[in-house]
Write a protein that binds this ligand. Structure first.
Ligand code: SAH
Ligand code: SF4
Ligand code: F3S
Length: 497
């Protein structure tokens, strides 16, 4: 087993052979030469687990592999290269990956040329063990090495196998250019990587490393180019803790958001994920001012109990958290807030659990993601004696979810009669009727009937009136089909909703 020792990282590649396109003289086929190898057209299948950062990394991986003559396939049986982009945050995601990887053994037995690689957060910490343990696994690579994916694939086709690359990017700044492989108007844009928070339950600081931000002007130029040359109209700024953006460079998320306001043709800016500790008054004020900024904020609280938050090392109290929501809603009365909750943290008492239900009442979240606590090795909480059973965690999780559904049913009911502007991103057939769907500025999905069945509304901006809601869905009818671009005179009203 070998390991790369030189510091490669996001946006950086080691010295080495590069991809060159040429046409086969006899067949005219497009081929790629890298070093002394020729790459004919091949297919890559990729399965992604975990957060948006991982989905974005997969997009980046596919974009690099295009340069090595790989095209993307949805059919695993057609693939020459199979990749997993893994998540280590909870057992569930972990287990799904292991069963998928196990199943591939048979495919590799039938097709000896098949190359199998594992990337992402499990590969960062377990990569070496994985390649040892699974005979049919050729290589593993951590999240900081994805810009070297073509070098790794080259190495496997050059005859090397069973290697693991999990070096950290040690460059002093985080610099990349966003790569997109799709033709749609929405793009993920990484602005900060890593996490310095070390919440006691969380594996992420161990899989993604230290916080490192891109420079604000680089992000601005990147997005301006995406808008100008790739037709992007909506961006999602990504990071494990975007509120720490720019700290090491004397810059801030608030400043970046105001800078992005200047980009003509950019309609909507979202960001995720935030940590309550780093929400500044300046950022709150920007939520009242910025015209392009989504009026949705995902602000994970994790628990409503002061003592649990302390054991989690979250560095705020429920009162501080609720104070932030109040300030946000004062800055922009239409703010929509969502959160993450962990049920049954180590030694959580019944009273502490009830405090979370109380917080749900006080906060009035639009939706929540909730999880039963899952012990992760390496974390501080994993070293503590824990007296809670999985059954209790499960019960508390179900109670939290049922409680929240009642709250959000009432919040959603208030949407009826309001008109929202959505960017249409797909359709589905409901009981024989084709309905289109899109996400509002405030991050709610609305399904609606078109005026005529033949109408193709994909990637159109549409004003939709909400006619009916449940705790989990919104139905509406189309009021105006604006088209693929919003004319200047129509760009104001949707800011209201
Ligand atoms: N950086 C983000 C997201 C981290 S992971 C943040 O800080 O908010 C996404 C969510 O997974 C977390 O918000 C938390 O609710 C949940 N999570 C993380 N570790 C967990 C664990 N060990 N068990 C259960 N849920 C966990
Ligand atoms: Fe994990 Fe906490 Fe960092 Fe979020 S802020 S990634 S929960 S350590
Ligand atoms: Fe999972 Fe890694 Fe994201 S652990 S949640 S894929 S940062």
């Amino acid at each position: 087993m070998s390991e790369l020792t030189s510091p490669t990282g996001l946006g950086l590649r080691d010295e080495g052979p590069r991809e060159e396109w040429f046409n086969d003289e006899q067949t005219g086929e497009r081929l790629v030469r890298m070093g002394d190898l020729v790459f004919p057209p091949r297919k890559v299948w990729i399965k992604t687990f975990g957060c948006q950062m991982n989905y974005h990394d997969s997009e980046r991986i596919l974009s690099h592999l295009k340069d090595l003559n790989f095209s993307h396939t949805e059919e695993v049986d057609d693939a020459d290269l199979v990749l997993f982009n893994t998540c280590a945050v909870r057992d569930l995601a972990n287990n799904k990956f292991y069963s998928h990887l196990g199943n591939l053994k048979h495919q590799k037995a039938k097709n000896k040329g098949l190359v199998v690689g594992v990337g992402g957060c499990v590969a960062q910490t377990e990569g070496k063990d994985l390649v040892k343990k699974f005979d049919h696994l050729d290589f593993a690579f951590g999240p900081d090495t994805i810009d070297s994916i073509n070098d790794m694939v080259f190495r496997t086709y050059a005859g090397e196998s069973k290697f693991s690359v999990n070096t950290w990017d040690r460059s002093s700044n985080f610099s990349i250019e966003t790569k997109i492989t799709h033709g749609n108007p929405q793009a993920f844009v990484n602005i900060i990587k890593g996490c310095n928070k070390y919440c006691t339950y969380c594996i992420v600081p161990y899989t993604r490393g230290k916080e490192r931000s891109r420079r604000a002007h680089e992000v601005y130029d990147d997005i301006r180019k995406l808008v100008e040359y790739s037709g992007i109209q909506e961006v999602m700024l990504l990071g494990q803790n975007v509120n720490s953006f720019g700290k090491e460079n004397g810059e801030s998320l608030a400043e970046l958001l105001m800078l992005l306001e200047k980009i003509d043709g950019l309609e909507l800016v979202r960001y995720t994920t935030s940590h309550p500790y780093d929400i500044s008054d300046e950022l709150i004020a920007v939520h009242g001012e910025a015209k392009k900024l989504s009026r949705h904020l995902h602000l994970p609280v994790q628990s409503g109990s002061a003592t649990v938050l302390q054991r989690m090392n979250r560095e705020y109290t429920p009162e501080h958290y609720l104070g932030l929501l109040e300030k946000m809603r004062a800055a922009n009365p239409n703010m929509v807030i969502s959160t993450d909750i962990i049920a049954g943290f180590v030694n959580e008492t019944d009273e502490e659990h009830k405090d979370t239900l109380k917080l749900l009442d006080a906060a009035q979240f639009d939706f929540i993601y909730s999880y039963a606590y899952s012990e992760r090795s390496k974390t501080r909480a994993s070293r503590w004696q824990d007296n809670l059973s999985d059954d209790i965690r499960g019960e508390r999780l179900r109670e939290i979810q049922a409680y929240q559904l009642q709250i959000q049913e009432k919040i959603r009911a208030k949407m009826v009669g309001n008109t929202y502007r959505v960017l249409v991103d797909g359709n589905r057939v409901f009981k024989g009727e084709k309905k289109w769907k899109g996400r509002t500025n405030c991050n709610r999905i609305i399904h609606f009937l078109p005026e005529t069945t033949e109408q193709n509304l994909q990637w159109h901006w549409v004003d939709v009136e909400v006619t009916q809601t449940t705790a989990l869905s919104c139905q509406g009818k189309m009021i105006t089909n604006i088209g693929r671009r919003i004319p200047k005179d129509l760009s104001v009203p949707y800011k209201l909703w």
